[in-house]
Design a protein around this ligand. Structure first.
Ligand SMILES: [Zn+2]
Length: 311
């Protein structure tokens, strides 16, 4: 983790230990590079700071975890750690849960979890009572800047906002996989996917609709887990070694699906044919024949859908 010293750093925390961990949003776009931008900004001023600047791409520490930073107002800075993440308090839940947002959530969870373990702070959202008790050194848990404003005062910020996915951050801090939040059919319809497979609007959740128009005019559309920044022309390398674009891959998958349908017809025809000669064979022979026909018909039809970005 990189360290960029903030200009705003105070004396030791009460007892030299934090008892409450405070989640913020920086009020800038949730994007790669923005956490570093804020860390550099903190380095040049002494009026605001945080212990960490967290983005989808990296976490930068700006103040040691036993010293005060200027993030949560005069009533809270002496016993809290501050985690600034890129994004706006006005974001919707799906704004927070883009593929980029999920990467940031994972980074935040990881640094929070390490600090909680180090200082014996429980992984839980602190109640108002626990937030008050934290002032006297009782390890409380986590809260938001908005909670500080409401319970302790001294600040009026409401970040990271009402739609911040507190549930998923807690899941991630507990080491669970962050849920997929797969969109509903209505959501997908509302995206109004274009005929040539452009994926629609900004800030789409981590699931995206991919579309592909075939030479014969047929249209294939599927719901796939988004790769950050993926477009149909993006080069990908599949787990099975096939290289191409996302569009190529969709066409290939679709062809396999159509081939499979044709093969099913072939197998059915083979079984029918066997039925006509069945009286001439013993059970062992019948089994062998069926097995051979099916194996032959289905040869090479395993489909691997795992993909990864080719960078
Ligand atoms: Zn804040």
């Amino acid at each position: 983790m990189d360290y960029i010293q903030a200009g705003g750093m105070g004396a030791l925390l009460n007892n030299g230990r934090p008892s409450l961990l405070v989640i913020h949003s920086m009020e800038n776009p949730l994007q790669v590079g923005r956490a570093r931008g804020i860390a550099k900004y903190f380095a040049g001023i002494n009026t605001a700071s945080a212990h960490y600047c967290v983005g989808p791409d990296e976490v930068i520490q700006c103040v040691p975890t036993n010293r005060k930073a200027w993030h949560a107002g005069p009533n809270a800075n002496a016993f809290t750690l501050g985690y600034e993440q890129t994004g706006y308090a006005a974001y919707s839940r799906s704004d927070w849960l883009t593929a980029t947002g999920r990467a940031q959530l994972a980074n935040l969870a990881s640094v929070c979890r390490a600090d909680a373990a180090r200082y014996g702070i429980p992984i839980r959202w602190a109640t108002d009572e626990q937030i008050r008790a934290a002032r006297y050194g009782t390890p409380a848990g986590f809260c938001t800047h908005a909670d500080i404003s409401r319970v302790l005062g001294g600040t009026n910020h409401w970040d990271p906002g009402n739609n911040y996915p507190r549930d998923l951050l807690m899941q991630a801090m507990n080491g669970q996989q962050i849920g997929d939040d797969m969109p509903s059919v209505t959501d997908i319809w509302d995206w109004k996917i274009g005929q040539n497979g452009i994926y629609g609007k900004d800030n789409m959740p981590a699931w995206q609709v991919l579309g592909y128009t075939h030479a014969d005019g047929l249209w294939t559309q599927g719901l796939v887990k988004a790769l950050p920044g993926t477009i149909l022309g993006t080069s990908i390398k599949d787990a099975d070694g096939i290289n191409g674009t996302v569009g190529d891959r969709l066409a290939w998958i679709d062809k396999r699906a159509r081939d499979t349908e044709a093969k099913v017809d072939q197998v059915a025809a083979a079984v029918t044919a066997l039925g006509q000669t069945i009286e001439a064979m013993n059970t062992g022979q019948i089994a062998e024949q069926v097995k051979a026909q099916i194996t032959d018909a289905l040869k090479g039809l395993s489909i691997t859908l795992t993909t990864k970005e080719n960078a």
